[in-house]
Design a protein around this ligand. Structure first.
Ligand code: AMP
Length: 281
């Protein structure tokens, strides 16, 4: 059955009210569309854990710090709806800007701590935009569980923080990163890579995996980090914004994987900003 496409909050509220009256549990998968297997894995996790699944598609202007990035972000709504039909998503919620940010909108949700460093340091205002829209989507959908990818690891921790700090009655569930066969983390932005740049892109993950393996074997962080950055630059990456080893639970900076840790990176390839992270230790 085709998922119902809903564009207004009033309609969404009615449907969710009916589901809840029937005792059904509700999951939400927030996305910006241009759906790939990474997104679809979240929908599958939602279908397994909940009676109903809402997929939201909203390209949130408030989380883009670069107007060109917003303008060029892939928009593939019809194809997205077809993919969601195959997965039996119940509702696709596609609000427009006026629905999400009506005239007079003046509130921002802002998270400290886990937003410092990494993407928070390089994308001014990004996590305020994410935190605000996610809080709205949680309250709009009244979902019991929300599914987010570890692909955006810092974002996952930000969203968990919001749910805990604001006592939102929702469980935030992190799901593993889905990758292409060559290791490249799936991302809507991969569609923006030229064919040539696409062949270079997996070097980011390969360099990170090599670094992680050598770290586990007791290698020196500074030397291994420098070698990984050189490897990426040789492959065609023009700027490595960050390559950090951080504690998996609170993103504290580390120089050895002496507790559960993540290696996180952001880098530019042919005008496209790619991010990735993997577990270490
Ligand atoms: P986006 O549309 O990029 O905002 O992503 C929507 C959700 O999909 C977020 O929770 C992302 O972390 C998740 N996601 C994006 N790419 C992947 C991936 N390759 N594997 C798993 N989840 C992903």
């Amino acid at each position: 059955m085709k998922p119902q496409i809903i564009r207004t909050l009033a309609e969404l509220r009615q449907i969710v009210k009916d589901w809840k009256a029937a005792g059904e549990t509700v999951g939400v998968v927030p996305t910006m569309g241009a759906l790939h297997q990474g997104h679809l894995s979240l929908v599958r996790a939602g279908k397994e854990a909940c009676d109903r699944v809402i997929v939201t598609i909203f390209i949130n202007p408030k989380q883009f710090n670069n107007p060109d990035d917003y303008k060029n972000y892939p928009r593939t709504e019809e194809e997205d709806a077809r993919k969601l039909e195959a997965l039996k998503a119940d509702v696709v919620y596609v609000p427009d800007g006026a629905q999400m940010y009506p005239a007079g909108f003046a509130s921002t949700v802002s998270v400290e701590g886990v937003t410092e460093g990494l993407c928070g340091a390089h994308r001014a205002g990004h996590f305020d935009g994410v935190a605000t829209i996610v809080t709205k989507l949680f309250t709009q959908t009244q979902a019991d569980k929300a599914f987010f990818g570890e692909k955006d690891y810092q974002q996952l921790l930000v969203v968990k923080r919001i749910a805990t700090d604001l006592d939102l009655p929702i469980e935030v569930i992190g799901c593993p990163t889905i990758r292409e066969e060559d290791g490249l983390a799936m991302s809507s932005r991969n569609l923006l890579l030229s064919d040539r740049a696409r062949t270079w892109a997996p070097e980011m993950n390969l360099a990170m995996e090599e670094l992680a393996e050598k770290l586990r074997a007791g290698g020196d962080w500074d030397a291994l980090k420098a070698a990984a950055i050189s490897r990426m630059e040789r492959a065609g990456f023009t700027e490595v914004e960050y390559l950090d080893l951080r504690a998996a639970d609170n993103l504290e900076l580390l120089s050895a994987p002496d507790r559960p840790a993540r290696l996180l990176a952001a880098a530019w390839l042919a005008g496209v900003r790619l991010i990735d992270n993997i577990a270490v230790g």
